[in-house]
Design a binder for this molecule. Structure first.
Ligand SMILES: [Zn+2]
Length: 105
């Protein structure tokens, strides 16, 4: 995925642990667990909630091409997940949007 760079591999057990971050949903370290760098510069696990939200935000922009349909989706997210879930996704989308605007100008 564009904008995501795998973290450089290091040596030692501690580093290996860091390179195989655990899953936010079940706490296990999954086979394909790895670190990814988000466009905001943060390095997170690919099974982290932060990465999940980032992927969903990207998906929303691809799937819903108009502001109106994106707002409908966000409203549904608010209904199902509550305000905190809405805020998380909205902020991730806002971050992607601001970076796009900054890059395009
Ligand atoms: Zn899991």
């Amino acid at each position: 995925m564009r904008g995501l760079l795998p973290e450089k591999a290091g040596e030692g057990e501690e580093v290996v642990h860091v390179l195989r971050p655990s899953c936010f949903a079940c706490g296990k370290v999954h086979r394909w667990a790895r670190l990814v760098r988000l466009p905001n510069g943060r390095t997170v696990g690919n099974y982290s909630d932060e990465y999940r939200v980032y992927c969903e935000a990207k998906w929303v922009f691809r799937k819903f091409r108009s502001k109106r349909t994106r707002q409908l989706y966000l409203q549904e997210v608010a209904n199902v997940r509550g305000q905190a879930g809405y805020d998380k996704l909205y902020n991730a989308m806002l971050d992607i949007w601001r970076r796009k605007v900054a890059n395009d100008s």
